[in-house]
Design a protein around this ligand. Structure first.
Ligand SMILES: Cc1cc2nc3c(=O)[nH]c(=O)nc-3n(C[C@H](O)[C@H](O)[C@H](O)COP(=O)(O)OP(=O)(O)OC[C@H]3O[C@@H](n4cnc5c(N)ncnc54)[C@H](O)[C@@H]3O)c2cc1C
Length: 631
């Protein structure tokens, strides 16, 4: 068996009753008094309130039926993660550990690094113990990319980082093999076949929490079980999050759907086991030179990471270069970005610089660093007040534990809790990241295109017959400068500031009255940091359909968002060049403030919607889901 200290436990993590078996988190979960009593919504829809079941007044957005059928594998008593645990339990026991052969670590698209990688580190430990070679596999899966609406920037990011990892692994005599399997359902059996070919006795992997990925791992367990040979061990680990899903529970043993009590309990768990849960997993040990002449494994060193995957090429050369300039690949780059965030001051006009490059501030000044000032500065898109670590975290180029260590390193080894310091605010954002992964495990319907709050399944969306509204939004031509700046930043850089993400999401849903699922898909297509849990969490928060969402009647004013968070308009001027010569407050609403001739000369579009009217309509539609009586 793989080692099983609290922090190194495999996926045998939660019992049926949802209580962690992990000693460290168990004690906290069991003693927690924080119970919000939230009733867990039933995926079968039985908690849909009567008003949400009113007949549909009109049928809109045919691409996204309001109630896609619930797959029968999902019920509300057992999470898919628990089923994976059960499937692993059923595997033949008593594996004979012979020497020779290999241990396989399956590197997924969310853990592309060598440093502080739980599954890799433990795979290496096992290989060393049984005198086996360590082999690494990455699977390119266009079927998965399609299912997750991945775009070229995200896939290019994976390939760039795999390339660096492969080069570095070569110095350890560890091969990184790469295979493409077009049909995602075939992956488990294909991986098992490779494991057999490479005489692997163990497969190690870090978990991905999307439902299809968990089902894939269940299928791998089943394929091993079908074989009937008790000669293969599977080990899965929680590495993508700081606190594992299924362990932050209410006093009644239920998952949280409200963030504040989740955060409190999450904080208690982490703070209570900080040393263990922030540990830095050792680098893998090198294989002996003999692997290079091994008949099955030697040739794996010749494998090349492709430049692109068919259908996911970054075709625009300028965009390709921008991605490389802004987000250099590799863990060293991620660590440098983190160092700068932790120790150097923020600067205005940083949106054109990489977070790893000195765009003005280079001197270390921890007391007024971006981390220290995070509470004040994080919402201002014109400055580098946030870490811009999201691409590195989403692809696992750096571990979340590395961020935790950097944070507590500035806080005398303690984990801050409250938002009154930059440190506490940053800790809360890391908690949000965990929260949305936990939500996805507890309520898998959110990753299957459904609302968390089922009462909003029948909210009536507007028609967009020729796709004109969605096109204007996607292209950043809505006539609302702050919204357009955000969308154009995403198209130009593959990344968007959080404040702009919230504003553009609210605009799509509440001003254009278009289904949030369209926005989620378009974000995923462009973002280099696309992550289903965070993306869905952000969209459902903005659409008022998610866990602990923005209430439906609190609607962002798209003009005020710019006035408040980009007061000088520099962010707008940079990303919306038509407006670069517009002075003063007019930058936020040029159609209103410029003379007609001046406005026409800019070439910038008129607002495509009247915000005051749209706001009223959205409130009416959400107040009475199923109706289009907008007054
Ligand atoms: C509609 C919408 C869609 C989003 N889609 C994604 C996505 O696909 N991928 C993604 O990583 N984030 C997403 N976010 C969350 C957030 O916008 C980004 O994580 C953040 O902008 C990244 O910038 P940063 O690294 O400077 O963050 P920082 O402010 O420095 O925060 C540090 C880290 O905490 C995490 N984090 C911060 N805020 C959030 C949040 N609200 N939810 C979850 N994690 C958070 C991120 O990993 C981030 O890198 C989305 C938010 C919204 C409103």
């Amino acid at each position: 068996m793989a080692p099983s200290s609290p922090a190194t436990k495999q996926t045998k993590l939660t019992t049926k009753g949802g209580i962690s078996r992990d000693k460290s988190s168990n004690s906290v979960a069991a003693s927690s008094t924080t119970t919000n009593g939230t009733k867990r919504p039933r995926p079968d829809g039985t908690d849909v309130p009567p008003e949400a079941k009113k007949s549909k007044a009109n049928s809109t957005h045919k691409a996204f039926p309001a109630n896609p059928p619930e797959p029968n594998e999902v019920d509300d008593n057992t999470t898919v993660l628990e089923r994976l645990d059960e499937a692993r339990e059923k595997l033949p026991k008593g594996i004979k550990h012979t020497q020779g052969g290999s241990v396989l670590y399956w590197m997924r698209m969310k853990d592309i690094r060598i440093k502080d990688n739980k599954a890799l580190s433990l795979a290496s430990e096992t290989a060393k113990k049984f005198k086996k070679n360590l082999v690494i596999l990455h699977v390119l899966s266009p079927g998965d990319y399609k299912a997750h609406d991945r775009g070229p920037a995200r896939i290019d990011w994976v390939l760039r980082n795999l390339k660096l990892v492969q080069e570095e692994l070569d110095t350890y005599n560890i091969p990184l093999a790469i295979r493409t399997f077009e049909k995602r359902k075939t992956i488990p059996k294909e991986v098992l076949k490779l494991a057999r070919e490479w005489k692997a006795s163990h497969i190690f992997a870090n978990l991905e929490y999307e439902i299809d990925e968990l089902r894939r791992d269940i299928a791998l367990c089943e394929a091993v079980a079908e074989d009937g040979n008790a000669d293969m061990e599977l080990s899965f680990f929680h590495d993508y999050v700081l606190v594992e899903p299924g362990t932050v529970l209410t006093g009644a043993g239920k998952p949280y759907s409200v963030f504040s009590p989740f955060h409190k309990n999450w904080h208690n768990i982490l703070a209570g086991h900080l040393e263990d849960m922030s540990r830095d997993y050792p680098l893998p040990s090198a294989n002996g030179d003999s692997i290079r002449s091994d008949s099955a494994l030697g040739k794996l060193f010749e494998e090349q990471i492709p430049e692109s995957v068919d259908g996911y090429e970054v075709k625009d050369e300028e965009f390709k270069q921008t991605l490389r300039d802004l987000f250099p690949a590799g863990t060293d780059a991620a660590e440098e970005a983190l160092r700068r965030f932790t120790l150097t001051k923020s600067q205005p006009g940083q949106f054109q610089h990489s977070p790893t490059v000195d765009g003005g501030a280079s001197e270390e000044d921890p007391k007024s660093s971006r981390l220290a000032m995070y509470t004040q500065d994080r919402s201002l898109p014109n400055i580098d007040g946030g870490s811009r670590m999201s691409p590195y975290l989403a692809a696992g180029i750096i571990s979340p534990r590395a961020l935790l260590r950097a944070l507590i390193g500035q806080c005398k080894g303690k984990l801050p809790m409250t938002r009154d310091t930059g440190y506490g605010s940053f800790a809360q954002e890391l908690c949000f990241r965990d929260f949305y992964q936990h939500v996805m495990v507890a309520w898998p319907r959110v990753s299957m295109g459904r609302n968390f709050l089922l009462k909003y399944e029948d909210v009536q969306w507007d028609d967009d017959p020729n796709g004109e509204k969605i096109k204007a939004w996607e292209e950043g031509k809505t006539g609302f400068p702050f919204i357009d700046a955000g969308m154009r930043q995403m198209r130009k850089q593959g990344w968007m500031h959080n404040r702009a993400r919230m504003a553009v999401a609210s605009f799509l849903v509440k001003d254009l009255m278009l289904n949030w699922k369209e926005g989620e898909r378009i974000f995923s297509k462009y973002l280099i940091d696309g992550d289903l849990g965070s993306n869905n969490g952000g969209w459902q928060w903005s659409a008022s359909t998610g866990t602990d969402p923005q209430p439906y009647f609190r609607i962002f004013n798209p003009t005020n968002q710019g006035e408040k968070f980009d007061p000088d308009g520099d962010y707008i001027r940079y990303f919306v060049p038509e407006l670069k010569n517009v002075k003063g407050k007019a930058i936020h609403d040029p159609h209103k403030h410029l003379k007609i001739s001046e406005f026409k000369a800019t070439g910038y579009p008129k607002p495509i919607v009247d915000h005051a009217q749209a706001r009223k309509k959205a409130i009416a539609r959400f107040k009475n889901p199923g109706t289009t009586d907008d007054e």
